[in-house]
Design a protein around this ligand. Sequence first.
Ligand SMILES: Cc1cc2nc3c(=O)[nH]c(=O)nc-3n(C[C@H](O)[C@H](O)[C@H](O)COP(=O)(O)OP(=O)(O)OC[C@H]3O[C@@H](n4cnc5c(N)ncnc54)[C@H](O)[C@@H]3O)c2cc1C
Length: 448
Amino acid sequence: MTIFPFTEATSIQFQQPLPKTSDVVIIGGGVIGVSTALFLARRNVSVTLLEKGRIAAEQSSRNWGWIRQQGRDADELPIVIEAQRLWRQLAQECGEDIGLKQTGVTYLARTDKEMAGFAKFLEIAQAHGVDTRLLDQGELASLIPAMSRPFKGAMITPSDMRAEPWVAVPALARLAAREGVTIIENCAARMLDISAGRISGVWTEKGRIATSSVVVASGAWTSLFLRAHGISIPQLSVRATVAATAPMPEIYAGAAADERIAFRRRQDGGYTLASGGSSQLYIGPDAFRHAGKYFSALMANPFGTRYLPAAPRGYPDGWSTPRRWNADEESPFERMRVLNPAPETSALRAIDRGFRELFPQFTTVPLKASWAGMIDAMPDVVPIVDRAAAIPGLVIATGMSGHGFGIGPGIGRVLSDLVQGNETGHNLYRFRQSRFSDGSPIRLGPSL
Ligand SMILES: Cc1cc2nc3c(=O)[nH]c(=O)nc-3n(C[C@H](O)[C@H](O)[C@H](O)COP(=O)(O)OP(=O)(O)OC[C@H]3O[C@@H](n4cnc5c(N)ncnc54)[C@H](O)[C@@H]3O)c2cc1C
C-alpha cells in the first residue's frame, strides 16, 4: 500500500469526455466534491465532477486519516455523527478495503486546565449521545502503557474511526463513477458562465458545459475562484507537515494527540505523525485583506502559526498569482495541477523529537515518507456550506479547516439536498456565507 500522497505523476484514472450539459457541475475532486457527486447521482441527477489535477491529490490524500466526532464544534457534531454512519455504509458499498476501523480518538492532557476544557466538550457529546468519556491517569496508562510522560488524564471517544485517505477517497470516486457520475481529471474549471444573473454553465479548459447548478468544493483554491466572480470569502491556507513511519510495534491502535505530537496507527502497521503548532501561513494579498477576521484565532493561539513572507510561485495566495483571467486563457488552476508543498524541515525534526520523547523505547523513528498539505482555513474554524446569495445556482462548500475528511460524506449528503432545494436535516446557520459580512462576531470553533 502506497503512503505517498498523489502528485501530477499519479496516473489519470478518470478521463470521460466533457458532456455538453449536466444538471450539476462540481468543481473539485476532494472528499467533499466526490461525496456530493455520489449522493446527487443517487437521486437521478446528472453530475459532472471536474478535477484540475487528480482525485484527492490535495488535502484529501494528505490528511492524517482521523474520522472523529471528538472535539468538534457543537453545530458540526450532528453532521459528523451522520458521516460516521455513512463511512461505514460506503466502506461496504465501495467493495474495497479503505482501512476503516473503529479504534477511537484520544486527546492527552498535561494540565487541569486541559482536563477542564475536555469536560466542556463532554457535555456537548453527551447531549448528542456520543460515547466520549474522560480517563484518569491510571485508565490512560492502561490504554497506552508505553508513554513516558505522566499525563493528568485524557478524553476518549471509542466510536471514532480511522481510514487511509489515499485509498478511501479514490475508492469513493470509483463508486461514484459506477453510479453514473462523469469524472474528469486534468480538467480545470476556469470560470462560471453567468447569464441574466444566474449560472448557465462552466467554462473549463476542455470547453463549456451547460448547467444551472454548480458546487464549488475547490479546497484551498475556492477563494481565488470565487473572487474572480466578485464573491469575497476570508479563506486562507496554511501548510501542515506530516510524516509516516515504516511498520513498527503497536503502541496504540487508534489516534491520539497532545500539544506536541499527534499519531495514528495505519493499516500497514506504521504510524502517521504530525507535530502540534507547526503550520505556516504564506503572506499574500488575501492574508492582508482578511487579517482582521483572523484576530480572534490569533489571540486564541498566538504561536500556533508561523508566517512566511511569500508563497511559492503559483500558490492560491501567491503575490504573482493572477486574480483575473478570461475563459479562453490558461487559469491559475491548470498552471498548478496539484498543490504539493514541500514538508517543513523543522516540523519533521519536531515530529521525530516529539515521538521519541513520548516513546523513549524507540531510539530512532523509522520515517519512510513525509509530505505537506495546504489546509483551507476559515477565521472561525468551521466551513462555509451555503448557497451563494449573489449568484443563483451556485453553492459553496469550503473551508473545512483541517477536519473535512471525517465529516466529508456527511457534508456531501447535506450538499446533495441543498443543491436540490430539499430539507437537509441539519441546521446550517453556523455555516452561512454571510456571517463574515453581516456584522456577526467571529465565534471560534475548536481547532483540533
Ligand atoms: C496535513 C493535513 C492533515 C489533516 N488531517 C485531517 C484528519 O485527520 N481528519 C480530518 O477530518 N481532516 C483532516 N484534514 C483536513 C481534510 O483533509 C480536508 O478538510 C479535506 O480533505 C477537504 O476536502 P475538500 O474536498 O474540501 O478539499 P481538497 O481535498 O483540497 O480538494 C479540492 C480539490 O479541488 C481541486 N480544484 C481546485 N480548484 C479547481 C478548479 N478550478 N477546477 C477543478 N478542480 C479544482 C483541487 O485540485 C483539489 O483536488 C487534514 C488536512 C491536512 C492538509
